[in-house]
Design a protein around this ligand. Structure first.
Ligand code: OAD
Length: 254
């Protein structure tokens, strides 16, 4: 795949000093992990979020929720980062300031080499006590108790350290993401439907703050109209090509 930007966008990419990459489930699609909404294997087509991804569900059916997240953890742990994760990690070296903000809980950005990733929805790789917030590695928690959530010293139950429906996003992560989005001059929105708060908000903040927005998504989204460039392709195909084009702009070549 080859990407060509119009000169006006090339100039903005050439001058960019603060960059935010914002990702969703689509970036891990080519690693074999399901997205939430679109597609026949999408998680929320097969399961109801309120049955599995809410504090109420956990308190009602802790074993069911624990086993489901155990499966998702094993899926994520055995998946490999794809060309999109790798290109997004390499882009950190291109700009003076680069922050990767993700809604994903699979840990694939970190395994691809990204550092300082802001995880808005937590991580599948840790368990945390629902009562006192003490943490334990998910692998250890599952080794100890694969079918039912282990009990914490405080008497509470361990749960996956992800954000569920009806829960607050981690405040420090959220504030950092909003601050950086508002101040950036280039935002890459990759593989997110941006239907869940604060996704659309971050893209809008960046756009209103004068940033160029590049969207990578095979489908149109509610914020496509804000994008200066829309790449209608799978992330694993588009990101290496986008990286090459960005590097070309930065070197002032072609
Ligand atoms: P969604 O499932 O809502 O959206 C995935 C997006 O990825 C869609 O817009 C697809 O068109 C796009 N997509 C599909 N295949 C792709 C590919 N190969 N390359 C690039 N894009 C592709 O997932 P998110 O936007 O991440 O929250 O959803 C946000 C949050 O909603 C999730 O973190 C989760 C969910 O409910 C919680 O669990 C709290």
């Amino acid at each position: 795949m080859r990407i060509e930007m119009v000169e006006e966008l090339r100039a903005r990419v050439r001058r960019a000093t603060k960059v935010v990459a914002f990702t969703g489930a689509g970036v891990s699609r080519e690693s074999g992990l399901a997205t939430f909404r679109e597609g026949k294997d999408a998680l929320w087509q097969r399961y109801r979020p309120e049955d599995l991804a809410s504090p109420q569900a956990f308190l009602r059916h802790p074993e069911t929720v624990w086993r489901w997240y155990g499966e998702r953890f094993r899926g994520a742990a055995s998946a490999q980062p794809n060309a999109a994760h790798l290109a997004l990690a390499r882009l950190a070296a291109v700009f003076p300031s680069y922050l990767l903000v993700t809604q994903n809980v699979d840990g694939l950005h970190q395994r691809a080499g990204s550092r300082g990733v802001v995880e808005l929805h937590g991580t599948l790789h840790d368990a945390r006590c629902h009562a006192c917030a003490r943490r334990m590695e998910m692998q250890r928690a599952l080794d100890r108790s694969p079918d039912t959530p282990p009990r914490c010293e405080c008497g509470g139950l361990y749960r996956p350290a992800v954000v569920w429906f009806g829960e607050m996003l981690p405040q420090d992560a959220m504030e950092r993401a909003m601050r950086e989005a508002a101040a950036c001059d280039l935002l890459l929105a990759v593989g997110t439907s941006a239907t869940v708060f604060p996704a659309a908000g971050l893209i809008e903040l960046a756009h209103r703050g004068g940033a160029a927005v590049i969207e990578v998504n095979p489908e149109a989204t509610a914020f496509s109209s804000l994008a200066d460039l829309r790449l209608r392709a799978a992330a694993a195909a588009a990101l290496p090509a986008l990286e090459a084009e960005i590097r070309g702009c930065r070197e002032g070549s072609a």
